[in-house]
Design a protein around this ligand. Sequence first.
Ligand code: ADP
Ligand code: NA
Length: 327
Amino acid sequence: PPGGRVFSGIQPTGVPHLGNYLGALESWVSLQSQYPSVLYSIVDLHSITQPQDPALLRLNILDMAASLLACGIDPETSILFQQSQVSEHTELSWILGCLTSMPRLRHLPQWKMKSKQKNEGSVGLYTYPVLQAADILLYKSTHVPVGEDQIQHLELAQDLARIFNNTFGELFPEPRALLSSTRKVKSLRDPSSKMSKSDPQKMATINLTDSPDDISLKIRRAVTDFTSEVTFDPEARPGVSNLVLMHASLAGCSVEEVVGQAKGLDTGKYKQLVVEAVVQALTPIREEIDRLREDRGHLESILARGAVRARELAAPVLKEVRHRVGF
Ligand code: ADP
Ligand code: NA
């Protein structure tokens, strides 16, 4: 498509956390006005690569839809849809899987991390990056916002575009990464690791639906260090630097400006400013999520409409793929 097409996906893991917001969703929102065609998918097929509770998955899909809308994804401008409602994803994934060798997948991060945790893994977990490649190529996407942790998976999508084109004739553009400029948001309890929904320590992660009291408590308990002055030095002072970075990102100002505002405050007093910045940024989002969650039918109809529009783009591509392959 002229001007480019953006595709990205997020697993329906329930309400996102502040790391997801600053690392991914905030840029998803701004890409809507930068590209003529934008698709965002709630990738539920990816969620069943590990055991799932069906009732919880169903709830998480709607919570993620509500969250994306509340963050500013506009379902008119963008195509917002649930991956499993567009069965073309699965079919293209099978075809691309037949163009992928087993060793090509073995060293990819998702498999290495998650299969090791359990000492085994499903075939679906192993071929997860192939499905991801299908998600992207199905729409002839040209630009893919990704975190650094996903670069190797995007490289597989690029390889598969090339392999398909070489084998069956030019069809897919090679998708390019749009790397998020935000640094990783760190765990509030262990600033050497990233903020993550899978962190077992509840106080380590700020969720978009956290109340002002939750936010205040978590930030007051955030691990800093024994220096009382506020400076930005992510290597030597990861804890306080993480607060400064969160603060600057949410307030829309530079790290230097935040450090300037904190002059003369010790880290304990400074945390109050961080609380205010986080509460101010997240309150409208939390209120909108709460409002949208009330109307399940409305969320379902947005996703149904998104699936229709996604399929309008996907069907002709898959038809051409099938023809090239010999079906
Ligand atoms: P989690 O690590 O909580 O499981 P995901 O892996 O589902 O989060 O990530 C979804 C998106 O959010 C990805 O684009 C990822 O790069 C981004 N992301 C996740 N955690 C962070 C973080 N702590 N800081 C910045 N971005 C993050
Ligand atoms: Na993850």
